[in-house]
Design a protein around this ligand. Structure first.
Ligand SMILES: Cc1cc2nc3c(=O)[nH]c(=O)nc-3n(C[C@H](O)[C@H](O)[C@H](O)COP(=O)(O)OP(=O)(O)OC[C@H]3O[C@@H](n4cnc5c(N)ncnc54)[C@H](O)[C@@H]3O)c2cc1C
Length: 411
């Protein structure tokens, strides 16, 4: 029996859905996420105050089977579009930015497997497990010893030991490291390899030990529980992803990260605008027949929010048009476009929440009012430093000697 026939027997592969059925299934996923967002909203203040994992929201996401939706149908997933996943990130982030960010980071990790590992038996089997068991994936790219957020460089390296490998990595900042079911971790291909000759490996919870070296006590995104860990793991060598990490980073990880993070930040901005709207409506009710002073600023804010939305939709559309085209995904034009989306989105969220402050005034500044913007502002401040904007602009500026932008509207 072929592997496809076996999957069909197991109920994973049926007839390809019609475009209408697919659209209906994607709408149903978004509707589930909106219901779960209500659960996330109920617990958001406690998650933030206690800097704790948003357990209730993730129990519901597992229950509703939304963790495996990027996985291809042939591996038992729903094969959802990136636009649907982005919409789910936005819905969750409006309620609790930490929940939205954890969901986005999980899907960014899933994308490395989905885009690069379909033909690899171990990783294809692992994707089936993600869909079936609703496994939560975390990321360990950041490293101590001066590497910091430089994705393309590692100090640590994989050490082969027979059919296995071992890996030790210090100073890892791993969001929800303690709660994840598996970690995708970067390192040099061997300890002697140059810092940029990197691989990404997948280790499941039973294959590594995390020693917490620092607890996350930050202004915002407190529920992501992004503690500092020392990582030590051992696993079969087949769990090292065959594609070089440089290709994974360029072709799937960065576009997914920039677009899904931007969708999370858009959710924060949309919630700030919703609170400003509520405030202005409340003021209008107090003085019927007059327009509250904040209404003009609110009109301006709607323009900014629309620009922000357009930025993400254009980015998602561009990615969907070129996905599968490795040359285009690695092209300077595409890299510059995705980098620019990250920088613009991470700046927009802070600016929009700041403008909402001017509308809501002291009610926005308070922690205990329905128009409070305090948590949204603190969460928004993480955006420019998640892969530091200066680092991204530095990378883009290195390309400018040879890159000339395309002035057309259609690319
Ligand atoms: C909420 C949150 C969750 C996170 N979760 C994870 C996770 O799960 N896994 C993970 O691996 N990491 C995670 N990170 C870390 C993140 O991805 C970055 O690695 C980290 O924020 C970078 O920290 P840094 O500013 O100290 O380091 P760096 O990026 O090293 O930057 C240090 C300083 O150098 C400057 N700089 C660096 N490069 C340049 C350049 N080329 N040009 C000009 N200036 C430059 C910057 O201004 C910056 O101030 C998370 C971060 C946050 C905020």
């Amino acid at each position: 029996m072929t592997s496809l026939a076996r999957l069909a027997d197991a109920g994973f592969v049926t007839e390809a859905p019609t475009p209408a059925a697919r659209a209906e299934a994607e709408r149903a996923m978004i509707a589930k996420a909106r219901r779960i967002a209500k659960i996330a909203a109920e617990h958001a203040a406690d998650v933030d105050a206690r800097s704790r994992f948003p357990q209730e929201a993730f129990d519901a996401l597992k229950q509703e089977r939304l963790l495996g939706i990027m996985v291809p149908a042939v591996q038992g997933g729903e094969e959802a579009s990136l636009s649907t996943i982005a919409e789910i990130c936005t819905a969750l982030a409006q309620a609790c930015a930490s929940t939205g960010m954890i969901y986005a980071m999980h899907q960014i990790k899933a994308s490395s497997l989905v885009v690069h590992c379909g033909d690899d038996p171990w990783h294809a089997g692992f994707m089936t497990r993600i869909a079936r068991e609703q496994l939560l994936l975390a990321s360990a790219t950041t490293e101590g010893g001066g590497v910091g957020g430089d994705l393309r460089s590692s100090i640590c390296g994989v050490i082969r030991d027979g059919d296995d490998f071992t890996l030790e990595k210090e100073g890892c900042l791993i969001s929800y490291g303690a709660q994840a079911d598996a970690i995708l971790i970067t390192s040099r291909r061997t300890p002697e390899a140059p810092p940029s000759d990197q691989v990404m490996s997948v280790l499941t919870k039973d294959q590594y030990r995390l020693e917490r070296s620092h607890v996350w006590n930050t202004m915002g995104m407190r529920g992501t529980c992004s503690d500092n860990f020392s990582f030590a793991g051992r696993a079969p060598a087949r769990q090292i992803i065959p594609t070089p990490f440089a290709e994974i980073a360029a072709q799937s990880m960065l576009p997914h990260a920039h677009l899904l993070w931007a969708s999370v930040w858009y959710g924060i901005a949309a919630e700030a605008v919703a609170r400003a709207e509520g405030f202005v409506r409340g003021e209008a009710r107090k003085k019927p027949g007059s327009t509250p002073p904040g209404a003009l600023r609110l009109a301006e804010l709607l323009v900014r929010l629309q620009q922000f939305k357009g930025l993400i939709i254009a980015g998602l559309d561009r990615y969907e048009r070129v996905r599968g085209d490795a040359d285009e995904l690695s092209s300077m034009g595409f890299v510059v476009a995705m980098n620019s989306i990250k920088v613009a989105a991470s700046e927009s969220v802070g600016e929009i929440v700041s403008q909402a402050f001017l509308i809501c005034g002291i009610q926005g500044y308070r922690n205990d009012s329905p128009a409070s913007l305090a948590r949204l502002m603190r969460d928004a401040l993480s955006a420019p430093i998640m892969i530091n904007n200066d680092r991204i602009l530095g990378n883009t500026s290195n390309l400018l000697a040879v890159y000339k932008h395309d002035p057309s509207l259609s690319r």
